[in-house]
Ligand binder design. Structure first.
Ligand code: SAM
Length: 216
């Protein structure tokens, strides 16, 4: 188990979403949690403000291959794959990659090369046999469930690829970072300091790797 920044090659602006320009309301939260067009491709107040492929995940895919020592043909699952950008870039380097996500909108607007590799489902109930992947990734996804759901999701990731998981979640290291995060967050139902997350991982019997998305 190790803390490892597998997203280190992403441009900072992509990871540390800037503070929303307008104050968020319960309606923004409700709509963003539908993970529909508004969340991905609607105005910034509802989520991404436009979620389009631009190749920025290519170096991340290479770092993932190197980190897990993956060989061509190895199977990788991206949990919370959205439109499948990372799946596409993993396939491009020879990995047999698949994705799962709750968003029908994202899957219906996925990258054309990976049609047939993505399916609908929730991270806390993954419809695959034990040990069926060589690595399982869940980047900025499981925190969208409550704490009990996060424990279930981490258990599922461990079940599919024991010791070969990578989970990145919303976190903060200081009260100031926590305040910035809380003013920005739309979809996450559970978030905590790293110690709190490590307890979740421990409760789930997780033996894979992890990292934090920290704003500010
Ligand atoms: C912040 S986006 C991250 C997308 C992608 N992993 C990335 O890093 O660009 C969160 C994704 O999690 C998906 N999601 C939300 N709840 C989920 C759940 N319970 N199971 C699987 N995916 C979920 C959303 O539809 C969305 O695609």
């Amino acid at each position: 188990m190790a803390e490892v920044d597998l997203l280190r090659s992403l441009p900072q602006g992509r990871r540390n979403v800037q503070a929303r320009e307008t104050a968020k309301t319960d309606e923004h939260i409700r709509i963003s949690r539908e993970y529909g067009e508004m969340y991905f491709d609607g105005p910034r107040e509802y989520g991404y403000g436009g979620y389009r492929y631009d190749g920025r995940w290519r170096p991340v895919a290479r770092d993932i291959v190197e980190h897990f020592g993956l060989k061509p043909g190895d199977k990788v699952l991206d949990v919370g794959c959205a439109k499948g950008f990372l799946v596409k870039d993993l396939v491009a380097v020879g990995i047999d990659a698949y994705g799962i996500d709750v968003s029908k909108y994202a899957l219906m607007n996925c990258e054309p090369e990976i049609i047939g590799r993505l399916q609908i489902g929730s991270c806390d109930d993954l419809p695959f046999p034990d040990r069926s992947f060589d690595a399982v990734l869940a980047i900025n996804t499981i925190h969208n469930l409550d704490r009990a759901g996060c424990v279930r999701a981490v258990r599922e990731i461990e079940r599919l690829a024991p010791g070969k998981g990578f989970i990145q979640v919303d976190s903060y290291r200081t009260p100031e970072q926590k305040a910035i995060f809380e003013s920005w967050v739309l979809t996450a139902r559970f978030h905590d300091y790293p110690d709190g997350w490590l307890k979740v991982f421990d409760e789930a019997g997780y033996t894979g790797d992890w990292y934090w998305t920290i704003i500010g």
